[in-house]
Write a protein that binds this ligand. Structure first.
Ligand code: ADP
Ligand code: ZN
Ligand code: ZN
Length: 753
């Protein structure tokens, strides 16, 4: 009897065996989709290969082989197996996440484009002044306008009407005034297909040439870590390497970027260099478009896949090079099962393909840096900016001093001016001078995460855990400061333990508040805000960035989104409003993230001939992340930070897995987490697992998400194989009460806790 092993998209760590009836072409290539009976219905599975017929069991026969050419090439199957093992993710779910949705469904309706009545902004109103003059008392029009902006300037009429809770007459009135237009449009267009590519610079510099040659001399599977400072011209290096590799017929390439919408400039350059050979895979594609792109790659019509995380699964064969741009970005980690890190999986795939790997960044991750220290990657560097530009000088403003001076100078009877606690006179003057000279400013409000921490307004001291180098998180009910690593708890102090000041503050500041302050201060400035609230529309990011590129924005204010890869020569000022917010998150990567963010955002300034300046406001000017960013000193930062990660051990010196238990009821969740941790502790005892440490359990730093309470504990081990075994064992066997809504997930190599 002929049998095959089939993987099905179910949350189980097992595969299934089916028989293959006569008349079906044999053998069936691994990676082919097969239609099989499963739980009283037909489902799509992936053939993993021939199987031994089990004894005494009657197998069900497959219904059909769906693919004539396997949907998943060999190297991808290999990558899926690795992801499934390493991240303790069921293989079937991993394989499913590699395929476009329509290919994973037993009966696929053909997705089609259709027309729809849409409302589109035709007149932008970037400054507060313009807005107030235009709308005056027309509140509803203003609300509609701002809703549209938040969706990237265009939205389906009917949806907008419901959102704004207005009559269609409002749109007609706005159209009459020339603010918007209303018309029928085909939705589901691929905006990237319409974007013009941008020609890359014609010739690499000598430094770029050296790096390109070194990469091209690499053995198959060699990993390179390209440490090139911001503006050093890494994109041109990637392009030249691709050009050379693709000279060999049958070769293809994969380029990973952190987020397509935020890196449209980079993508435009790849399209400028390679035109239609590039398939841009992005989240804005409809199912049909995604399938088209996937099929053109599978057939070899397009040879370069550019995209975020999942472009790693492009069904190309003969991949000769995989590029991971901004390799330090945490968005490369998938936050749902399978919780893979695209950089690590890219290396695995590249090895299977015999492809070169280029990991590029101005601020490489400590993981990659250490990989090079271990001899598993070759480090290359571009220490200077391309075209002779200089890194901008960074000025640090100590906000403790600013506050003190403001308080001293203030009229005790006047209300306190909130501007003074947000903007230093230095930063305001810098913005003003840019406005006078018609240059552009970027203002960063670093607001990663939402965990509140407590800082003394007078001396800047932050409440940290005495056992871990991590700030304590403020909890409201019951009021306490909690360490999310070791569960240490402390009452909320009433005065600063260091200077006895009673000005202890919970920190946190919103982009909206800041935008309002800037708009009031500079009413004529054209301001754009970029954060999750203004970029809910799929193309909103790109549209905002295009406006900046066209010079239609004077001040771009945003969260860390604005720090990524932007290359605008007229940006001559970067202001960081509060460097401390990220520093005090309860995460061992807090310093690394802050350093990366400050370096990256600083790197947006001074790319053109006019040069540039960076102003960083902080209450912790001596933090080493700030100090090293100030001098653009990556090596100094790495040395200090690696030192700090040894004791207590954190990645890259130890492997960690975060085990998260979530549930609707707080007490049941806590109990289940405690029980799970106890179960693991017993397992460790029974098996004598000495190189495994369990830390916790404790509430997660964000202890409730979408109405679910979250508890977690950490597993640490210096042995990757042991971690693989334990992670899988926990994911598969760890008891959470059956038939309950409690969930347990294992997040190996977590990027946030
Ligand atoms: P990075 O990604 O390293 O920060 P980019 O690839 O964005 O840098 O390049 C920065 C700028 O330098 C871009 O505007 C690019 O066009 C320009 N550039 C790159 N290489 C050269 C070169 N060899 N000659 C002139 N300009 C260059
Ligand atoms: Zn602690
Ligand atoms: Zn104090």
């Amino acid at each position: 009897m002929r049998c095959i092993e089939v993987s099905l998209p179910v949350p189980l760590f097992r595969t299934f065996t089916y028989s293959v009836p006569e008349g079906v072409a044999w053998p069936i290539a691994p990676g082919s989709r097969v239609l099989v009976p499963f739980r009283n219905r037909a489902d799509i599975g992936i053939c993993l290969g021939e199987a031994e017929p089990p004894e005494g069991v009657i197998l069900k026969p497959i219904k059909a082989v769906v693919d004539s050419v396997p949907s998943l090439p060999e190297a991808l199957l290999h990558t899926a197996r690795w992801i499934s093992d390493w991240y303790a993710a069921p293989l079937g779910l991993t394989l499913r996440s590699m395929l476009p949705t329509p290919l994973t469904q037993a009966n696929t309706p053909a997705p089609a484009g259709k027309t729809q009545r849409v409302v589109r902004i035709v007149t932008e109103l970037p400054s507060l002044l313009q807005r107030e003059q235009t709308f005056a008392r027309a509140k509803q029009q203003r609300a509609v306008f701002e809703l549209l902006e938040a969706q990237g300037g265009v939205a389906p009429l009917e949806a907008l009407r419901v959102q704004a809770n207005c009559s269609a007459g409002v749109f007609t009135a706005m159209a009459k005034r020339g603010l918007v237009e209303v018309r029928d449009e085909v939705m589901q267009r691929d905006p990237f297909a319409e974007r013009a590519g941008v020609a890359p610079p014609p010739n690499p510099s000598a430094a770029q040439r050296d790096v390109i040659d070194a990469i091209l001399r690499g053995e198959p599977g060699q990993v390179f870590l390209l440490h090139g400072i911001t503006g050093s011209g890494k994109t041109l290096v990637y392009i030249e390497v691709l050009r050379e590799v693709l000279r060999t017929p049958g070769r293809s390439a994969i380029v990973l970027v952190p987020e397509i919408a935020l890196t449209s400039q980079t993508v435009d350059r790849f399209r400028g260099a390679f035109g239609d050979a590039v398939a841009v895979l992005h989240s804005g594609l409809s199912d049909g478009e995604r399938l088209d792109a996937w099929q053109s790659l599978r057939r070899g019509e397009r040879r370069i896949a550019v995209g975020a995380r999942s472009a790693l699964f492009a069904p190309l064969e003969g991949v000769g090079v995989v590029i991971v741009d901004e390799e330090h970005e945490s968005s490369y980690k998938q936050s749902e099962t399978p919780r893979y890190h695209a950089r690590e999986a890219a290396i695995v795939r590249a090895r299977a393909e015999g492809a070169l790997v280029v990991l590029g960044s101005a601020t490489p991750s400590l993981e990659s840096w250490e990989r090079a220290d271990r001899g598993q990657a070759i480090r290359l560097s571009l220490p200077d900016r391309a075209g002779g530009a200089q890194l901008p000088p960074v000025q640090v403003v100590d906000m403790r001093v600013v506050t003190k001076e403001a308080v001293a100078a203030r009229n005790p009877h006047a209300p306190f001016d909130p501007m003074l606690s947000v903007f230093s006179p230095t930063l305001l003057a810098a913005i003003e001078s840019r406005l006078h000279r018609a240059e552009q400013s970027l203002l960063l409000l670093n607001r990663r995460g939402f965990a509140a921490y407590v800082q003394c307004h007078a001396c800047g001291d932050v409440q940290v855990c005495p056992h871990c180098s991590i700030s304590l998180t403020y909890h409201r009910v019951p009021e306490a400061l909690v360490c999310h690593y070791c569960q240490y708890q402390h009452d909320m102090p009433s005065v600063c333990p260091k200077c006895a000041s009673d000005k202890l503050q919970r920190r946190g500041l919103g982009t909206q508040q800041v935008e309002k302050l800037v708009a009031e201060r500079f009413p004529e400035a054209r301001i754009a805000r970029m954060d999750v609230d203004t970029t809910s529309g799929k193309w909103a990011h790109t549209q905002i960035l295009d406006r900046v590129g066209r010079g239609e924005v004077d001040i771009l204010l945003g969260t860390q989104m604005i720090a990524k890869g932007l290359d605008f020569p007229n940006v001559t000022l970067v202001g960081v409003i509060d460097a401390d917010t990220g520093l005090n998150l309860p995460d061992f990567r807090a310093s690394e993230r802050t350093f990366q963010l400050l370096s990256q955002v600083a790197g947006r300034a001074g790319r053109g001939p006019k040069g540039g300046d960076v102003v960083v406001q902080t209450r912790m000017p001596h933090a080493h992340a700030v100090q090293h960013a100030l001098t653009h000193d990556f090596l100094g930062f790495v040395r200090e930070e690696l030192g700090a990660r040894r004791h207590p051990a954190y990645p890259p010196f130890v492997h960690i897995a975060n085990v998260i238990v979530s549930g609707v009821h707080q007490r049941a969740t806590a109990a289940a987490a405690t029980e799970a941790a106890e179960w693991v502790t017993q397992l460790m005892k029974r098996q004598g697992l000495r190189d495994l440490v369990l830390v916790g359990p404790a509430p997660c730093p964000i202890d409730r998400i979408k109405d679910r309470w979250r508890w977690h504990f950490l597993l640490k081990s210096s042995q990757p194989k042991l971690m693989t075994r334990v992670a899988r064992y926990v994911a598969e066997r760890c008891p959470v009460p059956k038939d309950s809504e409690l969930r347990l997930v294992v997040d190996r190599d977590p990027v946030s806790l």
